[in-house]
Design a protein around this ligand. Structure first.
Ligand code: CMX
Length: 134
């Protein structure tokens, strides 16, 4: 059911301040930067082999990422699992008693359809289901 870890979301206060660590120190390529208005974040995708690192900069204090940084500081925010047929996967999770933050898919970065599981249902990890048209 899970194809791969599609990306790891990392909360940062500023993309411009964070990017040199990833591109210069780690030597990883920056793929693109885009804004995901529905999530109130600006996102930089860094390529790391089969998986991407998704740097998340809040663009509003209302953003879930702003609240995360306020409470916990910068760092790993979520793990995104690549799936097919995301609506069926959401239904399966719910049948297994998993609380979904998103009960229907919503648009994420890169044209993906995404749905978050509640970390209380996933042993303290914020997992995202992520379907991309390859
Ligand atoms: N990872 C693990 N646990 C987390 C978490 C995270 N990223 N964010 C919050 N939590 C935990 C909190 O620590 C808290 O646990 P405790 O009660 O034990 O302290 C619990 O989840 C609830 O957190 P909260 O502070 O009461 O509630 P919030 O208002 O912070 O909401 C959450 C938490 C997960 C429901 C909310 O952040 C959310 O809906 N996230 C999904 C959307 C999102 O993150 N969007 C940005 C990503 C953009 C993208 O990739 O496109």
């Amino acid at each position: 059911m899970i194809k791969k870890v599609d990306h790891i979301g990392i909360a940062v206060k500023s993309l411009e301040a964070a990017l040199p660590f990833y591109t210069d120190v780690l030597g990883l390529p920056l793929v693109r930067i885009e804004e995901v208005e529905s999530q109130k974040v600006r996102v930089a995708f860094i390529e790391a082999g089969q998986t991407k690192l998704e740097l998340l900069e809040p663009v509003s204090n209302e953003s879930a990422v702003a609240k995360f940084i306020e409470k916990r500081g910068e760092g790993i925010h979520h793990v995104a699992l690549g799936v097919e047929s995301i609506e069926a996967r959401i239904s399966e999770m719910q049948e297994r008693g998993i609380r979904m933050i998103d009960e229907t898919p919503r648009p994420g970065a890169g044209g993906a359809q995404i749905a978050f599981m509640h970390p209380k249902s996933a042993l303290g990890v914020l997992f995202e289901l992520c379907e991309k048209k390859e």
